[in-house]
Design a protein around this ligand. Structure first.
Ligand code: XIL
Length: 378
């Protein structure tokens, strides 16, 4: 049962306690889009095909109501766009973007290259680069980036050009089927950004990665800083760092002080912004893996983590965009990720701002509160 705000207030006024979860199921008085928009922050959602997502009219309507923008969750990845050498397929992405355009939603691209071979198309990983492997690798990379960016042109205001170039375990830059033939990761990454800038000079170009505030990500953060510095000294055209923000569980931080201290995270963001880069929260969701099974406590834990993270991160005015990786729990990738979703209790994960019925959860209220408290964007 869902009460509207007036009914919930009437019950509260009559001294009747609302069962946990019910009060926040009341339809919110303000949307994420309105609350964030007042401060100049753009809100977005990742859209993908499927019955709980693009094929559900209510979910599409929710996205249009709550967001300024969308990104394709999978439809603009290399594996989808160029499934076989030289064969491009824009059908899925074009359909999502056409709907978004009709709704007046802005559109961004993710991701021209996903560095780890595991996420590259298998044809590319197994490719025979022939007698002049460097030239052939350059031709393939250039063909992909040029064809894709030209297809979408100025329709997309922002692109993740490179995704996850750092190996978080070692802190080294990942080698891939392309880096090995193009003079190493820094040279190859530089090449990707230059190709993108040449073809879509007006688009914001983003380096996207999942380094977070937790102590376990120390090497990852340090490596991303080294990469951004190396690219800056080469004059690589990068505009922003994408912080994926698949946050929690921060067991290491929480064990120390109850609340995540975020000291290292601030230092990291100070360094990135000190180099002149903008920031994008590109894939926001909150793992409930280490939280109690009880739904009210779990939702409260997810909301608290979201608020802690957003309070610190959004205190940087350089954060211009916040994209959620799915708006409802059943439209979020963690639901099917055995290793990251909350599986211990055998219960479905609750990792986003809206529940499976598309009713707002405590995380929604936490986001609204964070937007009210953050400084306006420049
Ligand atoms: C994920 C999608 O959500 C899944 O549907 C897909 O199976 C795998 O990729 N980091 C990223 C995103 O940059 O592209 C990933 O998206 C999630 C982690």
């Amino acid at each position: 049962m869902t009460l509207n705000r007036r009914q919930a207030l009437a019950l509260l006024a009559a001294g009747i306690a609302l069962p946990p979860g019910l009060a926040v199921a009341a339809r919110p008085g303000v949307t994420l889009k309105e609350a964030a928009g007042r401060k100049g922050l753009r809100i977005g959602n990742a859209m993908a095909g499927g019955p709980n997502r693009f094929e559900n009219p209510a979910y599409r309507a929710l996205t249009a109501r709550e967001c300024h923008a969308i990104v394709c969750e999978n439809a603009t990845k290399w594996t989808t766009l160029q499934p076989r050498p030289g064969v491009f397929d824009f059908k899925a992405a074009d359909a999502i973007f056409a709907w978004a355009r009709k709704e007046g939603l802005k559109r961004r691209g993710h991701t021209l290259v996903w560095q780890e071979d595991r996420w590259a198309p298998s044809w590319l990983v197994n490719y025979d680069f022939g007698a002049q492997p460097g030239r052939e690798a350059e031709r393939i990379l250039s063909d992909h980036i040029t064809t894709v960016t030209r297809h979408f042109g100025d329709d997309l205001y922002s692109w993740d050009v490179m995704n996850e170039a750092v190996d978080p375990a070692t802190g080294e830059l990942r080698e891939s089927v392309l880096t090995r033939r193009l003079g190493g990761p820094v040279a190859q990454i530089d090449m990707c950004f230059r190709l993108a800038r040449a073809n879509v000079p007006r688009a914001q170009l983003v380096y996207n990665d999942f380094m977070g505030p937790e102590a376990g990500a120390t090497k990852h953060r340090a490596s991303v800083l080294r990469l951004l510095e190396a690219l800056k000294s080469k004059g690589t055209p990068i505009d922003a760092l994408g912080m994926q923000s698949h946050i929690g569980p921060w067991s290491d931080l929480e064990a120390k002080g109850g609340k995540a201290p975020f000291r290292e995270w601030r230092k990291f963001l100070d360094e990135v912004t000190g180099m002149g880069y903008k920031l994008v929260i590109s894939e926001f969701d909150v793992s409930d893996k280490a939280l109690p099974g009880d739904i009210a406590r779990r939702d409260a834990g997810v909301a608290a983590r979201a608020k802690d993270y957003l309070d610190v991160t959004l205190s940087y005015r350089q954060v211009t965009d916040l994209f959620m990786w799915g708006l409802s729990d059943n439209a979020n990738w963690l639901r099917s990720q055995k290793s990251m979703a909350m599986r211990e209790h055998g219960m479905p994960s609750r990792t986003t701002a809206f529940d499976d019925e598309l009713a707002p959860k405590p995380m929604y209220e936490a986001m609204i509160a964070a937007f009210r408290e953050m400084p306006p964007r420049g």
